[in-house]
Design a protein around this ligand. Structure first.
Ligand code: ADP
Ligand code: MG
Length: 696
């Protein structure tokens, strides 16, 4: 029988395959190029291209594509076959170094946020040798970066790679000050936990809202939701188990270390977590994971919903970005060790992160802003829109005592006693769990929990890497110039924590007290995408991205426009879908139902003239009133949509959608959901929440 080890990574041109298919010299050169982040020599490229092609052909591939991550949020590919004309009308399979290194997809159909207007439409994709090529549907996929003719980045990968360079450079400076001169590079690592919903495909196809927008725009509360909490970690239904099994297998073939799969809180909601890897590979892998989830679900007659809020009234879906930083010598820099209070290097990195998160709350908030995620953040299930850090009791006590100049009790790590002899005793984590914190220290990593489920993890990690690089740079500047390292280091840790301790909060982030407390502390509360986004192009944020060459000012403005525009477009599609569903599906069915009621009342009256017929009369009256109200609200929504379309400025437009269209949609929904509970089941023109949530 074939074991997992036999096929794990079988569709990846990984290190093992490189060694097998490449001449020794080329392999060495390539590895060096990757390790040191150097430019690639064209001779090497030719040899690598040939080897890749031979390997891909042996796996049955016929095509290749540069696989890239434009600003659409999904991945893009343009397939070319390997075929070239040979002699005597025969076809040959060829692939050159040039084709490996560079591609030229037409950039004009991808979002560029104004860059298109000023620059040529031509775009280039360039091979990223630090991420392995892989095979998907008979196509060799080559991970690439995507930029415009004049070099502006148009994708999510290039700035991520730049931010990884930035943090590496600054962290190495710090480590050298601590005597770790053997460290040449530092990498950031990410393990994204991915939430999603499954739904029966036949039901999905009956909901225009799900098809057009990925979420339900209408739908009355089901009799049963998630209140019994009987789904979380519950046993898997056979159909879901079969889906997960195949998903694991497909991901393993692609070298993705899918590890944990379990049910989530809401009915039909699940989670998948891989084992962490370097940020850029984790980003590629998470994009592939989301794509595979959709494909495998389809094969099982299911649909995978990655929207942040497919259903009102039950939890939405997020993504937890577990983030850490480690050296090329294998040291996790966020590992506190046995005695964190004496671990000065750890404390320095820790306060760098605390300072970065405090000074750049706004950038972190923007990195998770979207129309979909607005339904979650601050809505009592995901973390609030206020950014704060959970450190746990032990670390907070250590930093507090440093800041206050008191002595911290040198507590030995406690052992967990479960009170049952047969259960193992394991050392207690430095931190307890706090599920409500947006940014929590969890032992030897931080978990950034504000991401929406459909997000690329690229954006949030670009921000994390860049802002922490900024603080490390500041620290390195100070300490490199210091005449007394030990003293100045202690002062730096102390003063940094004193200055930024307001960002640390270990309590319940969902409570109203925290809202008040946070505002007293002067923390930002950027409630929606339109509130948050303008801070992206605040001067201090442009400065930090420019300083570390992650984004130019032009690139930031273009990204600002793309996200704002995307917000308006999303709400516009939702509003139009809602108008159509109500006008063309729901209002006519209400008439049919009340008409039938009226007919039956007349029939009954013909038989027994003395009947009061109050059931029919009351229901007809009530439904007719609701129907009128629904029709008025829909007309109002439609009028506003037309108005919105006439606003030229992207920011003004987004503000209008937020302030006018969203409330108008809520009005329609409220009346519609009330109506749904009164209309006969056979008349309702689409599957109900009860059916959608419990279909699998
Ligand atoms: P929980 O659900 O309790 O938050 P999980 O075990 O489901 O935790 O997920 C933890 C995630 O954190 C996994 O993807 C894991 O690989 C990742 N992780 C662990 N260590 C690191 C690290 N050093 N850097 C980045 N991610 C990490
Ligand atoms: Mg988690």
């Amino acid at each position: 029988m074939e074991t997992v080890a036999d096929y794990f990574g079988s569709l990846v041109f990984n290190d093992k395959m490189m060694r097998e298919y490449l001449p020794k010299e080329t392999y060495k050169d390539l590895k060096e190029t990757i390790k040191e982040g150097k430019d690639l020599d064209s001779n090497i490229a030719n040899v690598v291209a040939h080897a890749m092609k031979e390997w891909a052909l042996s796996k049955g591939a016929t095509h290749y594509t540069h696989w890239f991550q434009p600003m659409t949020g999904i991945t893009a590919e343009k397939h070319e076959s390997f075929i070239v004309p040979g002699k005597d009308g025969l076809g040959l399979m060829e692939f050159s170094g040039k084709e490996l290194i560079k591609g030229e997809p037409d950039a004009s159909s991808f979002p560029s946020g104004g860059l298109r207007a000023t620059f040529e439409a031509r775009g280039y994709t360039a091979w990223d040798p630090s991420s392995y090529a892989f095979i998907k549907e008979h196509t060799l996929c080559i991970p690439t970066a995507f930029c415009s003719y004049s070099g502006e980045v148009l994708d999510k990968k290039t700035p991520l790679l730049r931010s990884m360079e930035a943090i590496s450079e600054q962290a190495v400076r710090i480590l050298h000050l601590f005597g770790k001169t053997e460290v040449k590079r530092v990498v950031t690592t990410v393990g994204p936990e991915q939430e999603y919903f499954l739904l029966d495909k036949s039901l999905y196809l009956k909901r225009r809202d799900l098809i057009n927008t990925g979420r339900t725009l209408l739908g009355a509360r089901p009799p049963k939701g998630q209140e019994l909490e009987d789904h979380y970690f519950g046993s898997l239904k056979p159909r879901v188990a079969a889906f997960m099994k195949e998903l694991d297998e497909e991901l393993w073939k692609l070298g993705i270390l899918a590890k944990t799969e379990h049910n989530e809180v809401a009915p039909s909601q699940h989670e998948l977590a891989p084992i962490f890897t370097t940020s850029n590979i984790a980003t590629d892998h998470n994009q592939l994971t989301m794509e595979m989830m959709r494909k495998v679900a389809d094969k099982h007659g299911l649909v995978c919903l990655l929207h942040e809020k497919p259903y009102a009234g039950v939890n939405g879906s997020g993504k937890h970005n577990n983030w850490s930083i480690s050296t090329d010598t294998g040291l996790n820099l966020l590992e506190p060790g046995d005695s964190p209070k004496d671990n000065e290097q750890f404390l320095l990195f820790l306060v760098a992160i605390i300072a970065a998160v405090d000074d750049y709350q706004d950038l972190l908030r923007v990195s998770v802003a979207s129309a979909g995620n607005d339904h979650r953040l601050g809505a009592n299930e995901a973390p609030p829109a206020i950014v704060s850090i959970f450190l746990g009791d032990e670390l907070t006590e250590i930093l507090d005592s440093i800041a206050n100049g008191t002595v911290s009790a040198n507590k030995a790590r406690q052992s967990m006693l479960l009170g049952v002899h047969v259960l193992p005793h394991f050392p207690k984590d430095t931190t307890d769990r706090n599920r409500t914190s947006p940014f929590a220290f969890t032992g030897n990593k931080f978990e950034f929990r504000m991401l929406g489920s459909s997000f690329s993890v690229s954006g949030p990690n670009i921000v994390l890497n860049t802002i922490i690089a900024d603080k490390l740079c500041l620290f390195a500047d100070k300490l490199e110039a210091s005449k007394n390292f030990a003293v100045d280091l202690a002062i730096l840790v102390k003063e940094t924590y004193q200055m930024h301790r307001r960002i640390v909060f270990n309590g319940n982030n969902y409570s109203n007290e925290w809202l008040e407390e946070a505002s007293r502390r002067g923390l930002l509360n950027l409630k929606s995408t339109v509130d948050a986004l303008p801070t992206f192009i605040a001067q201090k944020n442009i400065d930090v991205c420019k300083k570390f060459k992650v984004f130019s000012s032009t690139e930031m403005h273009s990204r600002y426009e793309i996200v704002m525009e995307n917000y308006s477009k999303t709400i516009n599609i939702e509003a139009l879908t809602m108008v159509d569903m109500v006008r063309r599906q729901i209002l006519p069915e209400i008439s049919r139902f009340t008409g039938d009621l009226a007919k039956s009342a007349l029939d009954k009256h013909a038989v027994v003239p003395s009947l009061t017929l109050s059931y029919e009369k009351d229901l007809i009256t009530c439904l007719s009133n609701l129907q009128d109200s629904l029709s008025v609200h829909v007309a109002e929504l439609e009028k506003l949509v037309v108005e919105a379309k006439m606003i030229g400025d992207v920011t003004e437009s987004a503000r209008f959608y937020h302030a006018q269209i969203i409330p108008a949609m809520s009005n329609v929904r409220a009346v519609c959901d009330e109506t749904e509970l009164l209309v006969g089941e056979d008349y309702w023109p689409m599957p109900t929440y009860e059916q959608l949530l419990f279909s699998v």
